[in-house]
Write a protein that binds this ligand. Structure first.
Ligand SMILES: [Zn+2]
Length: 168
């Protein structure tokens, strides 16, 4: 009954810590965020996505401002999640924010989930695709937005489908 002498304890502890780190890297939420839709292992996501899209969608990376062709995309159409194909925005929800990232003033009900991101000094509200958990961007107050809110989106996290072209 000498618990201090259990040789398995250090290994068990380090395994638990690495599992917890894994959850943290995935955005701090267990699988519940993506359970209703697409839930793939990180290895499967890495195999499925180009590296630059993987970095944004699965690692919460941020693309360089003015780097996305979708920033200047003004055609009518739909913006799909680059991770799972879910329709997240339409061109009617987009506006020119001047920030260098595709920006939307409105979001469809139920397609996006938010979470407080404390990676920077100022806490920000992160949002991601409700279906696959893929990181999209951050939401800010913006007096220049028609709604007062700016959904500042990474173009790499989206695919644009112009009206009249088949989706997916
Ligand atoms: Zn998705």
């Amino acid at each position: 009954m000498n618990r201090n002498a259990d040789p398995a304890s250090p290994d068990a502890l380090s395994l638990n810590e690495s599992a917890r780190d894994e959850l943290t890297r995935r955005g701090g939420e267990p699988d519940s965020a993506s359970s209703p839709g697409v839930a793939l292992s990180e290895e499967a996501w890495r195999a499925r996505l180009p590296p630059e899209r993987y970095e944004v969608l699965r690692r919460e990376g941020t693309e360089r401002p003015f780097s996305s062709p979708l920033y200047e995309e003004h055609r009518a159409g739909r913006f799909l999640c680059a991770g799972c194909g879910e329709e997240l925005f339409t061109s009617r929800m987009k506006y020119d924010s001047g920030t260098g990232w595709p920006s939307f003033f409105e979001v469809p009900a139920g397609r996006l989930e938010t979470r407080v991101d404390r990676k920077l000094f100022m806490p920000r509200t992160e949002y991601h695709c409700a279906r696959c958990g893929g990181h999209q961007g951050h939401v800010f107050d913006d007096p220049g937005s028609p709604s007062g809110k700016r959904y500042c989106n990474n173009g790499l996290a989206l695919r644009f489908v112009p009206d009249g072209e088949p989706g997916r």
